[in-house]
Write a protein that binds this ligand. Structure first.
Ligand SMILES: NC(=O)c1ccc[n+]([C@@H]2O[C@H](COP(=O)([O-])OP(=O)(O)OC[C@H]3O[C@@H](n4cnc5c(N)ncnc54)[C@H](O)[C@@H]3O)[C@@H](O)[C@H]2O)c1
Length: 292
């Protein structure tokens, strides 16, 4: 697959879908952001536009390139609009049946050479691929959040992923400026195997009153050189998503370090999900998912 401008679709306009769509549009691909929920789609498009507007304001992008990136993005709630796509990246809810069903429906709409990428965090790529008549075209591509800023993508083949699909995926991600690491289709891939227990231990330190969230964040930035501390990161990820990922990995790996601390359950019950709801560990006036 050559890497000139393609038609790409992203399923799900939430935190990850809007981030991945930003990456695609910035790279010059005609990008269709698809969601079943019109409000989420609108918000996702606003998030992408907001990211490009801010990039222009900060001088990271010239105004013409910013406008071109915005123009490359279209929204859709009609799956048949995806017919011309070369690549479809699914970033819908973390639900095996839903992800399988989306790929099964797309089989009937797109060409047999279209690549299917899944951004699942905890589900089996093989299991998701079984929803497609052509599981050889399905590849796991796990982006880091926030996708427009983080270069790493974990690439995981399912049991039936074809060599051509893996190769085309790595080439495509490389053309987006991403750095690929290859991982087996195992729970947590590489990153969440260490990130989730680490985030949980930071939350436990806060619960135990060891230090304030601000000081823990500052300590992590200063000591380990991370670009942001765990509580800022968790607010971007979403406390509901952290709870879901941590619980699912705990259920699969049976390692107590993955089990989300009680503070997470209380925050989710209160609706303090992070940036998307305006309050998580910190408070936010702007609830855009990333970028400002
Ligand atoms: N949040 C993270 O940090 C993160 C990181 C890496 C991977 N992931 C994975 O990415 C995926 C999406 O996570 P998220 O955090 O963006 O979730 P989210 O809840 O922010 O967004 C999910 C979106 O999917 C949409 N959706 C639901 N059903 C749909 C359908 N049938 N067709 C189209 N859209 C549909 C919803 O309306 C919503 O807008 C999940 O598989 C998650 O595990 C999340």
């Amino acid at each position: 697959m050559s890497n000139e401008s393609k038609t790409v679709a992203v399923l799900g306009a939430g935190t990850m879908g809007s981030g991945i769509a930003t990456v695609m549009a910035r790279a010059g691909h005609r990008t269709i952001l698809f969601d079943v929920n019109e409000n989420n789609l609108k918000r996702g498009i606003e998030t992408v536009h907001g990211f490009f507007d801010k990039s222009v304001r900060l001088g990271k992008l010239d105004a013409t390139a910013g406008q071109a990136a915005k123009d490359a993005l279209v929204g859709s709630t009609d799956l048949t609009d995806l017919a011309p796509c070369d690549v479809v990246v699914e970033a819908v809810f973390e639900d095996l049946q839903l992800k399988k069903e989306m790929f099964g429906r797309l089989d009937e709409i797109v060409s047999s050479s279209t690549l299917f990428h899944t951004n699942t965090s905890t589900l089996s790529v093989t299991g998701i691929a079984s929803g497609s008549r052509l599981p050889e075209r399905v590849v796991g591509t796990h982006y880091c959040n926030p996708a427009p800023l983080m270069k790493l993508v974990e690439v995981a083949d399912g049991r039936h992923t074809a060599g051509w699909a893996h190769k085309a995926t790595e080439e495509f991600l490389g053309s987006l400026g991403k750095v690929c690491v290859v991982t087996k289709d195992r729970p947590g891939f590489i990153v969440n195997r260490f990130l989730i227990p680490w985030e949980n231990s930071c939350i436990r330190a806060l619960e135990a009153g060891v230090a304030t969230k601000e000081d823990i964040d500052t300590a992590v930035i200063g000591a380990v050189g991370h670009p942001m501390g765990p509580f800022r990161l968790l607010d971007i990820v979403g406390l509901d998503i952290h709870q879901q990922v941590a619980t699912r990995l705990y259920e699969q790996l049976r390692d107590p370090r993955f089990f989300p601390p009680p503070m997470v359950e209380r925050m989710v019950a209160a609706g303090d999900l992070g940036r998307k709801t305006g309050r998580g560990f910190y408070e936010y006036e702007n609830t855009r998912l990333f970028g400002s």
